[in-house]
Write a protein that binds this ligand. Structure first.
Ligand code: SAM
Length: 249
């Protein structure tokens, strides 16, 4: 009997411990899941407005799923986690930013990537954009020029279990010849011109998105397409404000 009571007490004690330890985590996850849902609603409303020359008025279902899967609060400094799902860029240290969720959504949508694709990002930053893309493609590559930022992103993506992302520290202006050609390339820092090595490393039939313009002014988001015959065409899509593409190129 005594043994029975002590077993019951033990089970109750364990249940109490579980509630104390696990419940704040479960509540935090619910809290962020609700914020993610709200973020996606805000993005969808903005997409329907159709800013600039954006023709598509809906996000693809798989892009919405990717945005709903990636825990954006894990990609910002601890003290900003509560604001992670606000529709604005946030500082991530070293004078850099994680892009606004609307911009991440629109750029991901415009790349039209598929599950067999290989994508290259220039400007890893927090790793958020490449994590969203990694949900949609076979293999995702990203280059960051600021070493500590790239190392932090690498540790974060490993902790979150992204095993189809490969990162490198370097000047993304030159692309990543060893893994080229890419089905899609996304540049998340503003360049003064389209880097010729990136055009070269784009697959025929591939798409590149790049903000181009002066670092002190609003830039223009360009869609660069390479036809199956290798012909390049560009289209101005949207005024944007990105941090500059740096490096000695
Ligand atoms: N995609 C990032 C994310 O999801 O957090 C945000 C990118 S942030 C707006 C731009 C990033 O580009 C910065 O981290 C910056 O250090 C990086 N960058 C600037 N010039 C670069 C270059 N030449 N090569 C690689 N990365 C560069």
């Amino acid at each position: 009997m005594n043994q029975f009571i002590s077993r019951q007490l033990f089970i109750l004690w364990m249940a109490f411990l579980f509630a104390v330890i696990a419940s704040p985590k479960i509540h935090a996850e619910d809290f962020y899941a609700a914020k993610r849902t709200q973020m996606i609603k805000t993005i969808e409303a903005d997409v329907r407005i159709g800013y600039g020359n954006l023709a598509q008025k809906d996000l693809d279902e798989n892009v919405i799923n990717a945005l709903n899967t990636v825990p954006r609060h894990e990609f910002v400094p601890k003290k900003l986690q509560q604001s992670a799902y606000d529709n604005r860029p946030l500082p991530i240290g070293y004078g850099q930013t994680i892009s606004q969720p609307y911009i991440v959504a629109v750029m991901t949508n415009l790349l039209h990537v598929g599950k067999n694709d290989k994508v290259l990002e220039i400007g890893t930053g927090s790793g958020y954009q490449i994590a969203v893309l990694a949900e949609l493609v076979d293999k995702a590559y990203s280059i960051e020029i600021i070493e500590p930022l790239g190392k932090e992103a690498e540790a974060r993506l490993q902790r979150l279990g992204y095993d189809n992302i490969v990162l490198k520290i370097g000047d993304g202006y030159y692309g990543w010849k060893e893994h080229a050609p890419f089905d899609a390339i996304i540049v998340t820092a503003a360049a003064s011109h389209i880097p010729p090595p990136l055009i070269k490393q784009l697959k025929p039939g591939g798409r590149m998105l790049i903000p181009v313009g002066s670092r002190f002014m609003v830039q223009e988001l360009l869609l660069v397409e390479k036809s199956e015959e290798g012909k390049i065409s560009t289209q101005q899509l949207l005024p944007v404000a990105f941090v500059p593409l740096t490096g000695k190129h």
